[in-house]
Design a protein around this ligand. Structure first.
Ligand SMILES: [Zn+2]
Length: 271
């Protein structure tokens, strides 16, 4: 296949030639744009070329039309080794993920509208609404806001990278990653799809969550699906119909008013 030919698909696996990796990144960029997950020069994609080099999309280029020559090779600290363009402005985020997760070989960052809406609302995609989502991603948390391209952003992601394969970035977008580029891309697609389904349940005004027992079975199936992150039950894991009830308290309006009155009186007494 000539390198100028447009590849229609990405094959699974991370062991490929540099030429194949370059073609895959351009294909993934086109997919992100075709699905409306990025506009203008948004988003970035990278993968591990080998143990010391990362291949990344460039900054300030449309990811749907970038060419293989636009891509940039950097080392594991993010220093440019080759390429005429500047590397992605979010390179530090990619480097952080590769450093924390030796099992990860590819990272996708985009702004898919529905999932980004959840990120902007500060609402995690953590409800056990769909069985396959629990298997694929467990739950998708929101990392607190950090200015793009700064250590603020990487430090907000840092505590979440180990336990999750997809993260909503508050007031910004989504980052997903996987053992190969196809997996990282599919996780972006799955996150956006789940966000849409979740939004529909909110519009319908009803959500029937799975139980702790259901979620335990689904999380146990992750290994069979080749997913390495364990997935957790508890505050980091999917919210179930029975698991969250222990912490939820229902009050009548009267009870709430009484509690507020008591708090105000205590405060006055102190003053
Ligand atoms: Zn972004």
């Amino acid at each position: 296949m000539k390198s100028t030919m447009i590849a229609e698909s990405i094959t699974p696996g991370a062991l490929k030639t540099e030429e194949e990796h370059r073609r895959d990144i351009c294909t993934a960029g086109r997919w992100l744009r075709e699905r409306g997950f990025v506009v203008a020069t948004d988003g970035n994609i990278s993968l591990r070329l080998d143990s010391r080099r990362i291949l990344t999309s460039p900054t300030a280029v449309n990811k749907g039309t970038m060419s293989e020559e636009d891509l940039v090779v950097v080392d594991l600290e993010g220093h440019r080794l080759s390429g005429r363009r500047n590397p992605s402005s979010e390179l530090a985020m990619h480097v952080l993920i590769y450093q924390l997760r030796p099992d990860i070989n590819a990272v996708c960052h985009a702004h898919p509208p529905t999932a980004t809406g959840y990120a902007a609302a500060g609402i995690p995609l953590n409800k056990a609404l769909l069985c396959e989502l629990v298997i694929a991603l467990g739950s998708v948390p929101v990392a607190r806001y950090g200015t793009p391209g700064t250590s603020e952003l990487t430090s907000s992601l840092e505590p979440l990278v180990q336990g999750h394969d997809a993260i909503l970035m508050a007031n910004h977008g989504v980052v997903t990653y996987g053992s190969d580029l196809l997996t990282a891309f599919f996780r972006m697609e799955t996150t956006e799809h789940f966000a849409r389904v979740s939004l529909v349940t909110e519009m319908l005004g009803r959500q029937m969550l799975l139980s702790v027992g259901d979620v335990e079975k689904l999380l146990a199936a992750r290994a069979r699906h080749g997913i390495q992150t364990a997935g957790t039950i508890g505050p980091e894991g999917p919210v179930t119909c029975d698991g969250g009830d222990a912490e939820r308290v229902t009050l009548t309006r009267r009870e709430l008013e009484t509690l507020i009155d008591e708090a105000v009186q205590k405060d006055r007494a102190r003053g």
